[in-house]
Ligand binder design. Structure first.
Ligand code: FO1
Length: 307
């Protein structure tokens, strides 16, 4: 059994490759829910949905999120009615949020709603939110605190990030199955996602980081930083402004207390010694996921390095 800690687009691509090389039924995904937000009165779980849509092969391949070929009729009408529409919810995507919101309002947990949605999309992996409790990433910029999606989408990641906190994290409990999926896994993989705002909230849920340190399984991570740059999104700038190093070594340092193995890109081969000096085994391979073949190759290389 393989457990994967996942953020959004990078994680989803890695998972798409992974389920090409192993039986999806042997994979459990623990998804970040600190990016969740209410839009138009609907509960949106962007990272969980990105994983579902990618594994179901319906994701918009350009954006990496949302549904391919979606239309925006509902959003255009919402705008006419004076709603805020900077978060682009497509018509088909809205159907997912309607379903999730109905299930939550009917008393189901986010775990139950997520499992129902994943099943309807034919996803063969087990998909668990990190927690059923409300946790929200709050970003401090020069202008004060703003929500994660305000920073990421509305303000297009242009602000320097001065601090990050996860509202609600102290009282959050790991969702059912999360701790067992880590302690009983054959391998745990941290997907190539932003270590601060995608993996960071998962690690901050009380008990999860300790489970990673305690599990007898090999814990591997794939660096989302290649040649000092984030493959997607603002992770490199965020690492620097928060006084971390924007490099594979910087990523290894953030995970060093539980990490056994870091997979880093060929371009960063010279950093392998620095990573190993942290007590983390380094495995150098191609990590850029351009197409189905490279996604599969990264999954295969990661599994081989683990075994
Ligand atoms: N990202 C954007 O950059 N702009 C959007 O308008 C946007 C809408 C959106 C709608 C549904 C969804 O599931 C994801 C969406 N995302 C959008 C992506 C999302 O904000 C980020 O990928 C994650 O929160 C960061 O992992």
């Amino acid at each position: 059994m393989i457990t994967v800690l996942a953020g959004g687009v990078g994680a989803a691509k890695f998972l798409r490759g992974l389920v090409d090389v192993v039986d999806p039924a042997t994979v459990t995904v623990i998804g970040n829910t600190a990016d969740d937000e209410e839009f138009l009165g609907l509960h949106v779980s962007p990272d969980l949905d990105t994983v579902v849509y990618t594994l179901a092969d319906v994701v918009d391949p350009e954006a990496g999120w949302g549904i391919a070929g979606d239309t925006y009729t509902a959003l255009e009408q919402a705008e006419r009615l004076g709603e805020e529409v900077w978060f682009r919810l497509g018509d088909k995507d809205i159907a997912t949020h309607l379903l999730r919101t109905r299930l939550l309002r009917g008393g189901q947990t986010l775990s139950q709603a997520t499992s129902a949605i994943a099943a309807k999309f034919g996803v063969g992996c087990k998909l668990l939110p990190m927690t059923d409790d409300r946790v929200r990433t709050v970003v401090t910029t020069a202008g004060g605190e703003i929500s994660f999606q305000e920073y990421f989408v509305h303000r297009r990641q242009q602000d320097e990030v001065r601090a990050i906190r996860f509202d609600g994290i102290d009282k959050a409990r790991p969702a059912p199955g999360v701790i067992d999926s880590i302690t009983q896994a054959g391998a745990v993989i941290i997907a190539p996602s932003n270590p601060l705002v995608s993996i960071g909230p998962i690690l901050a849920v009380p008990g999860i980081r300790q489970a990673l340190a305690d599990t007898p399984a090999t814990v591997a991570a794939i660096s989302p930083i290649v040649g000092g740059r984030a493959l997607k999104g603002p992770a490199d700038r965020m690492l620097t402004s928060l006084h971390h190093e924007a490099s594979a070594t910087g990523v290894a340092r953030l995970y060093a207390d539980f990490l056994d193995l870091l997979v880093l890109d060929d371009e960063d081969a010279a950093l392998a010694d620095q990573v190993e000096a942290l007590g983390v085994r380094a495995h150098v391979t191609g990590t850029i996921m351009r197409d189905a073949a490279s996604r599969r190759a990264l999954a295969e290389a990661t599994l081989k390095a683990i075994s």
